[in-house]
Design a protein around this ligand. Sequence first.
Ligand code: URA
Length: 233
Amino acid sequence: MERLDKRLAGTGKWSRKEARELIRAGRAAVDGAVCRAPEAKVDERAAVTVDGAPAGSGGPVYLMLNKPAGVVSSTDEPGQPTVLDLLGEELQGLGIFPAGRLDKDTEGLLLLTNDGALAHRLLSPKRHVDKVYYLEVDGVLDQADVEAVRAGVVLGDGYTCLPGELEPLGGGRGRIAIHEGKYHQVKRMMAARGKPVTYLERVRFGPLELDRALPRGAYRRLNDEELKGIFSQ
Ligand code: URA
């Protein structure tokens, strides 16, 4: 048995406060009978409707976050704000986690989901899901860097990266596409070139392109096209 307001909030469609309000307004029904008590205990198998439509069980959630600098991409890091702190109350407690990691100071596209199977697939090293970053380095990005990235940069620990693509945009600015996701990979690649990264923003993750209409720190649900894209990876 679960409180009716909690059951509705658990769908991810309403916050707990919104759920309480719509229940008090007589918009929710349990097994066909209007219920105006947010605290009413509801059986798991009960059919709950809002405005006559099934409230749904919630199902998996897929969000695009435009990560700001200063938050960590893990679910629980004592003393540090995490990407989950940016989510509204209605998305708390649904088991959402970031599919992949961006460093605390890296900005841009991060997929958040509670679909473990999909995240596992997208992050599998075998799949080589493309990641594209806008970067700024201390120094000037030149043709030698382009060729080194194309050949596979050898990191400080001796690991040879898979070939990537670097597009210099003038001065220390550029775009880089990589096809694996080693720890601090772009920073370590550029450090190996003697041009430390001073700014990093992820602009693409597989088929997902960072939505420029999303302010930093904001998120939205993936649209149907984007969902199709990530499921066909
Ligand atoms: N590469 C890095 O060095 N940092 C990131 O956050 C992502 C890729």
